[in-house]
Structure formats: structure tokens, C-alpha cells
Design a protein around this ligand. Structure first.
Ligand SMILES: *Cc1c(COP(=O)(O)O)cnc(C)c1O
Length: 385
């Protein structure tokens, strides 16, 4: 069995297709075999066990993600939350303090507010519209800064390089959730981030059929994180790893289409009379446009917009979509839509929610890879209510 070696100077899509995988010596098959064994003959003293992140099907997916993210080391886990909690547990101790952006993924937010106090870990949430806001929240015991860009659901943009510079000066660790952008659009380690986490459930796998996550960082930091990953046991099984590696082969192609479609739809929505406001970092009117343009190669597949009607009408409109399914999650080939006020941000008090811009009629659209014209026609007719 031979690991495929892909040169650093090859293009992104060549890496998507060829890196990480193993050629099958038995049949000559071009796809990585699914290695299901949990027990392996001990060879040269080396112990292989799936929970040690050292079996080939997991390695294949992790290596692809590592290369695409320009990292030194990567592991694949059983969910995005497994990746996030593993990193935070590995890096934070009793008495430490962390500064976090407040519109991070709802699951991460809940994890912090429900578990950190009991662990003796201090935290401060900031709106996070400027690096200065993060900086002002630092304390002498701050160990880690955590954020997402673009964020959910308003696609706020954080200047990654400025964040890295600010934190590095003080020896503070930076962790970024890179789920929305993917390495197609943005490679945060290149800008000085220490650790990137992913919900691979979204774009990396891309087909809404595997729950998975990933951690990408330097070799040195992975040495600290890996024992926690092994202890906590949040691994992804062989079939999931295999599906993820397969999904990653088309990541470049899919994201290109997600980017194109989302921009077209954002332009369409921007000019529509049923729409009060559109949030998409690829629109010049977005407050983060300039920074997004400087650090992103594409603006991603999520567009949020506020309908100019009451909630009842908004619900009717969503029910009239033919090709856009009301559902949580994002990043799959099919278009999905949800009301963040009822899903990801349901636990946030209404007043606070509205203050940050998440009104009852805000919709988060995960634009799929269908033909943009069909999606636009679909929405146009649903709006004629
Ligand atoms: C979905 C999501 C997560 C959580 O990932 P799971 O795979 O559902 O555990 C974390 N961060 C972001 C930005 C997400 O969209």
C-alpha cells in the first residue's frame, strides 16, 4: 500500500484529488481502501488503534485536510464539536481566561457557558467587530482567543492577520473556526493562526451525510492536543473517514460553484423589494468587504437576508421554495434555509438577538451547487405572495 505523494507546488484541485490517499496494491484500485480493523498485528513495536489516530483511512482524510490548510499536522474527529472541545480542553486550565467572539457557532457558545465555570475557566465574550475589542478584554491570565470569520449568521469578518499579530506579541494562542470559508477561500495558518478547527460536516464533506470535524495546527501544538484527543475518544469511524476523503476530492470544484452561486443570489436579493437587508461579505455594502477581499479568495456559500414582512409571511415564503429546503446545517450540495432566531440563536434573549441584527425574519441561506438561475427563479416566485 503506497501513500500518494503530492508536491507542494501543485494546484489546489490536484491536492484535493491526489493527496493523502493510499493506492490499493491488491487490486490497483484508485480509491483508498476502507480499513476497518480495530486490532492490528504489532509490527516493530508500533501499536495501531483507531482511537490513536494512526490507521490509514483516518490518516488519508486528515492528510488531505492538513495539506489543503497548509498545516504541520491534522486529525479527523467524529464531529466539529469534538474538534472544538478537544482543542479547548487541551489548551485551557483552571484559572486561565479566554476571549471569544459572541456570534460563534451556537454549540460552541453553549459548551462555554455551560461547562467553563465548573472547570474554573474564565471567559469574556466580545462582539468582535474590531481587534481592539478583543484586545480590551485581555487579562493577565488570558491564554487563548477564539473566533470565526466569516461568522454565523451575519457573516461578520475578523482581520485574521491583525488578530494573530495582536495575540502573538503577548504569547496568547489563537484558535479559529474555519468552517464557513474552507481552505479553498482562506488559509488562516498562513496569516499566523495557531490552530484551525472545522466542522467537516459542512463543506469539507459537502454531501450532508457525514458528521465529522478536524483540527489543523503545527506539529508542535499537535503534540499537546493529541493526548487529549486520544483520551476524549471523539474519533470518526472508518466509513465516515472514507466518505470524508471522497468528499474532499471535489472540495475545490464545489466551493467554486458555492462562491459563484452565493454571489449571484446575494446580488439578486440586494435589489429585491421583499428584502430589507442582505449580509454577504462579497457585497461592497458589507462592512467587512475590504478585509474579506484582502484575506479571502472567494466569499463562501452562505448568504443571510432579512425579509421585509412579518414572521407569518416569512414562513409562508420559505414553505413555497421548491429547491431550497428548510433545514439546519449548511455546506452541502443542496440549498438549505433556516431562521437563526429559531435555530442557532434560539437560546439568545430576543432583545439581545435583535440588537446584534438577528431579527425574527432573518434567513440564513446555504446556497447549494444547483444552477443559480433555478434557485433565483424559485425564490422569485416564492416572493410573489
Ligand atoms: C456546524 C458547526 C459546528 C459544529 O459542528 P458539528 O459537526 O455539528 O459538531 C461548529 N462550527 C461551525 C461554524 C459550524 O457551522
Amino acid at each position: 500500500m503506497n501513500e500518494r505523494i503530492v508536491m507542494d507546488n501543485t494546484g489546489f484541485d490536484t491536492k484535493c484529488v491526489h493527496s493523502g490517499g493510499y493506492a490499493d496494491d491488491v487490486t490497483g484500485g484508485v480509491a483508498t481502501p476502507i480499513f476497518r480493523s480495530t486490532s492490528h498485528r504489532i509490527m516493530g513495536g508500533a501499536v495501531r488503534y483507531p482511537r490513536y489516530f494512526n490507521v490509514p483511512t483516518e490518516r488519508a482524510a486528515a492528510e488531505k485536510i492538513r495539506l489543503l490548510e497548509h498545516g504541520g499536522a491534522a486529525v479527523v474527529l467524529g464531529s466539529g464539536m469534538a474538534a472544538i472541545t478537544t482543542v479547548l480542553f487541551a489548551m485551557l486550565r483552571r484559572g486561565d481566561h479566554t476571549v471569544m467572539q459572541n456570534d460563534i457557532y451556537g454549540g460552541t457558545f453553549n459548551f462555554v457557558i455551560s461547562e467553563f465555570a465548573g472547570l474554573g475557566i474564565e471567559y469574556t465574550f466580545v462582539r468582535g467587530e474590531s481587534i481592539g475589542e478583543f484586545e480590551a478584554a485581555l487579562r493577565p491570565n488570558t491564554k487563548l482567543v477564539y473566533f470565526e470569520t466569516p461568522s454565523n449568521p451575519l457573516l461578520n469578518i475578523v482581520d485574521i492577520r491583525a488578530m494573530a499579530d495582536m495575540a502573538k506579541k503577548r504569547g496568547i494562542l489563537t484558535v479559529m473556526d474555519g468552517t464557513f470559508a474552507t481552505p479553498v477561500n482562506q488559509t488562516p495558518l498562513d496569516y499566523g493562526m495557531d490552530i484551525v478547527v472545522h466542522s467537516g460536516t459542512k463543506y469539507l464533506n459537502g454531501h450532508s451525510d457525514v458528521l465529522c470535524g478536524a483540527i489543523v495546527t503545527s506539529d508542535e501544538l499537535m503534540k499537546k492536543i493529541l493526548p487529549y484527543a486520544i483520551n476524549h475518544g471523539g474519533v470518526l469511524d472508518a466509513m465516515g473517514c472514507w466518505l470524508l476523503e471522497r468528499g474532499l476530492k471535489t472540495l475545490g470544484l464545489r466551493m467554486k460553484r458555492h462562491n459563484e452561486n452565493a454571489l449571484k443570489i446575494a446580488e439578486f436579493l440586494k435589489d429585491h423589494k421583499m428584502v430589507k437587508r442582505v449580509y454577504y461579505p462579497g457585497l461592497k455594502s458589507h462592512p467587512g468587504y475590504k478585509i474579506a477581499k484582502s484575506q479571502m479568495r472567494g466569499f463562501g456559500g452562505v448568504v443571510s437576508f432579512e425579509l421585509d414582512c412579518d414572521l407569518k409571511t416569512a414562513r409562508k415564503i420559505v414553505d413555497r421554495f421548491k429547491y431550497v429546503t428548510p433545514a439546519v446545517s449548511l455546506g452541502g450540495v443542496e440549498s438549505l434555509v433556516c431562521f437563526p432566531a429559531e435555530t442557532s440563536h434560539a437560546k439568545m434573549p430576543k432583545q439581545e438577538r435583535e440588537k446584534v441584527g438577528i431579527s425574527d425574519t432573518l434567513l440564513r441561506l446555504s446556497v447549494g451547487i444547483e444552477d443559480a438561475e433555478d434557485l433565483i427563479n424559485d425564490m422569485e416566485s416564492a416572493f410573489k405572495i
